[in-house]
Write a protein that binds this ligand. Structure first.
Ligand SMILES: O=C(O)c1ccc[n+]([C@@H]2O[C@H](COP(=O)([O-])O)[C@@H](O)[C@H]2O)c1
Ligand SMILES: Cc1cc2nc[nH]c2cc1C
Length: 349
């Protein structure tokens, strides 16, 4: 496992956030012309961004969302309200600029990078970044979703993408995904790594009725029983009950944090990926920003474990990075306030 060793060495390079710059940013924000703390979470965000980037007034003008795409063998078990072909269909939609993430990104002036790490599409539309590790995972209810080696390759695909984004001048990135069946994989992976009961994590995903939701819970339980993922070995759990796009998103978090790039997470599945990255390298945690709270029940559980407070509550459960992009104007607002507001000293107070 040479590539895994190499990745572990990469993880060791993740720098801690700069607490001195954080302290300076906190002082600056406290001196702005407003009651102490009155800009709420926006103040917290500016201070955290300062610590991540090392700049008292952080620059986050160049923003982009990476949408990791992959298919799931477990869809054979009838765990989604939609057929697995929708993954490929949506890849085409992303490339036409017509999915929610595209429209929101256009609205707020950011770019979308669509990456195929594991779809079943044989021919990719123009605009997709081809990084296919394999054409979909195997059915985890019958055996491992993928090999450890494949999981490591998918992690690296994410690290590489973060590096490419940094090279292109991206200053803050969001992670999104597309993969029919991935709420099943995400729930199984979370249950494996947290040892929380599946019943408290599982949700309807794209919209299962109560009967189908019960079946989904059983499929997840069976997948865990069949694979016996090791709760102390995030790579083992990721390979056995995760997904290619989940691994790639975890890789983006590992890559971005090593490069001091803030990472905005989206809903349930991207948060599972971020959690997996934090389990591999705890120093990833301070580089994460939670955009919104998904209606999937497991999301709250993981955000609490990550000690993250989502900016938006809008009952969304779309994925694609849509909720993360929606948080961009709030982040821009936070930085604009820190940059443009007068201090009490300037008013002679
Ligand atoms: O991000 C979320 O919170 C979220 C919640 C439910 C569904 N999704 C999206 O829906 C797909 C997975 O749902 P499912 O029901 O097929 O497992 C996948 O493409 C996700 O982007 C996303
Ligand atoms: C149509 C559709 C769009 C999506 N975008 C992210 N997940 C999705 C799932 C479906 C079903």
């Amino acid at each position: 496992m040479e590539r895994w060793n190499e990745l572990q060495r990469w993880m060791e390079t993740i720098p801690p956030v700069d607490v001195e710059v954080e302290e300076k940013a906190r002082k600056h924000v406290d001196n702005l012309t407003k009651p102490l703390g009155a800009l709420g979470q926006l103040e917290e965000i500016v201070v955290r961004l300062a610590g991540m980037t090392g700049e008292v007034v952080p620059s986050i003008r160049q923003k982009a969302t990476v949408v990791m795409c992959g298919d799931h063998g477990v869809t054979e078990e009838g765990v989604s309200a939609y057929p697995r072909e929708v993954t490929g269909m949506m890849i085409h939609n992303f490339c036409r600029g017509k999915a929610a993430v595209n429209v929101l990104s256009k609205q707020f002036g950011s770019r979308v990078w669509v990456v195929d790490v594991g779809s079943r599409l044989e021919e990719l539309p123009q605009g997709v970044i081809p990084c296919k590790i394999r054409a979909g995972t195997d059915n985890m209810a019958q055996g491992p979703a993928m090999t450890r080696k494949e999981a490591v390759e998918a992690l690296w695909a994410g690290v590489d993408m973060a590096c490419r984004m940094k090279e292109e001048g991206v200053q803050l990135l969001a992670v999104g995904e597309m993969g029919i069946g991935n709420t099943t994989a995400g729930t199984a992976l979370t249950a494996a790594l947290t040892e929380e009961p599946v019943a408290g994590l599982v949700g309807p995903g794209t919209g299962l009725d109560p009967e189908a939701l019960e079946r989904k819970r059983q499929v997840i339980e069976r997948s865990l029983a069949v694979n016996q993922p090791d709760p102390k070995d995030p790579l083992d759990a990721l390979a056995k009950v995760g997904g290619l796009e989940i691994a790639a998103m975890a890789g983006v978090a590992l890559g971005a944090s090593a490069l001091r790039l803030p990472v905005v997470i989206d809903g349930w599945i991207s948060t599972v990926a971020a959690w997996t990255a934090v389990r591999m390298a705890p120093r990833v945690q301070p580089y994460l920003i939670a955009s919104h709270l998904s209606t999937e029940p497991g999301h709250r559980v993981l955000l609490d474990r990550l000690r993250l407070n989502p900016l938006i509550r809008a009952d969304m459960r779309l994925g694609e990075g849509s909720g993360a992009v929606l948080a961009f104007p709030l982040l821009d607002g936070a930085v604009a306030a820190a940059e443009g507001m007068a201090t009490f000293a300037e008013l002679g107070l």
